[in-house]
Design a protein around this ligand. Structure first.
Ligand SMILES: Nc1ncnc2c1ncn2[C@@H]1O[C@H](COP(=O)(O)OP(=O)(O)OP(=O)(O)O)[C@@H](O)[C@H]1O
Length: 310
């Protein structure tokens, strides 16, 4: 699917997504990784029904949603829950925590018993007293736990987690990630997991999709994409992930292997001709990269969009 925006003032068109085709199979965790502006949130918002694609179609549980009456579309989308980057902003500040958590159930016409809500809070590691507090009385990590309790309350088929740990302190990130992983493994809920951090996506996901300027440039199972990246952009992302086994004192990344990309990503309203990545690529092989857009083609382990490694 594709999605464009008109920039106010200039009237220029931003092609935020350019033919992104992605499936989240039941029970699996699919990751979408890329820099800021690559189109990750646009994709998440389309899946969550907050935005329409400009072309292409979203299918939920095998049914295309385009042209469906609103009530039917809502019913199809009911088993989808979102977890956002900013946990405090995603909770209604006027409601106590127990009401925030109960929201998806109330939307389904079910009024949960207090005990059920306390059980959900317990599942995300929060004590019962938190139920009567408001978002402003909680830490960022606690807010994200509440948001997770709310997301799982209605037993969703799919959770779209858009940068769920990026706004949290590093010390809390691992706790929240482990919690999400436990939930995924216990409940079999499918996840579309979005992050700019390939290390986080590798930990969480079965399959990884790498997005660059609104296009998927690599897809494969998480371990192969990380250990044997086929696209130079993925290679650079992977090299930035600290590998404690690389350095004698185990303190962080081996900087000698780190690939630093040249410059900022090009502006999405003016993507470069040829391969969109050629302006920053450390493996550019010649004019073909500057002039001809590579297709997303199969490799031994997945798909890649690169003249060099297809
Ligand atoms: N409503 C909008 N109007 C105009 N341009 C938009 C709109 N929403 C997104 N864009 C543009 O689309 C491109 C993709 O944005 P998107 O937020 O999907 O990227 P992202 O990968 O999620 O980045 P970030 O991590 O910074 O949120 C960006 O260039 C952004 O400026």
């Amino acid at each position: 699917m594709s999605r464009s925006f008109r920039v106010r003032g200039t009237g220029q068109e931003v092609r935020a997504l350019r033919g992104v085709d992605l499936t989240v199979p039941a029970g699996s965790a699919v990751g979408l990784v890329g820099e800021s502006g690559s189109g990750k949130s646009t994709f998440a918002r389309i899946v969550a029904g907050l935005l329409q694609p400009s072309s292409g179609e979203l299918e939920l549980m095998g049914t295309g949603v385009a042209g469906l009456p609103e009530r039917r579309r809502r019913r199809l989308a009911a088993p989808i829950q979102m977890i956002f980057q900013n946990p405090r902003a995603s909770l209604n500040p006027r409601l106590p925590v127990h009401r925030c958590v109960a929201e998806p159930l109330l939307a389904q016409g079910v009024r949960p018993a207090r005990q059920e809500v306390l059980g959900l809070l317990d599942r995300v590691g929060l004590p019962a007293r938190v139920a009567d507090l408001h978002a402003h009385e909680l830490s960022g990590g606690q807010c994200q736990r509440v948001a997770i309790a709310r997301a799982v309350a209605g037993r969703p088929a799919l959770i779209v987690a858009d940068e769920p740990v990026s706004a949290l302190d590093v010390s809390v990130q691992a706790l929240v990630l482990n919690l999400l992983k436990d939930i995924q493994e216990e409940s079999g809920t499918s996840f579309l997991f979005i992050s700019h951090d390939l290390g986080v996506v590798r930990f969480f996901c079965d399959e990884v999709n790498v997005l660059y300027l609104g296009q998927i440039v690599e897809r494969g199972d998480a371990e192969s994409v990380f250990a044997d990246p086929r696209h130079p952009y993925t290679e650079a992302l992977a090299s930035a992930v600290p590998d404690v086994s690389d350095v004698p004192d185990g303190s962080g990344a081996d900087r000698s292997r780190r690939i630093v990309l040249n410059g900022e990503p090009p502006r999405p309203e003016q993507p470069p001709p040829g391969c969109a990545f050629h302006t920053r690529c450390h493996r550019r092989i010649g004019p073909i990269c500057d002039e001809t857009a590579p297709e997303l083609l199969p490799t031994a382990t997945g798909l890649t969009r690169c003249h060099l490694r297809a």
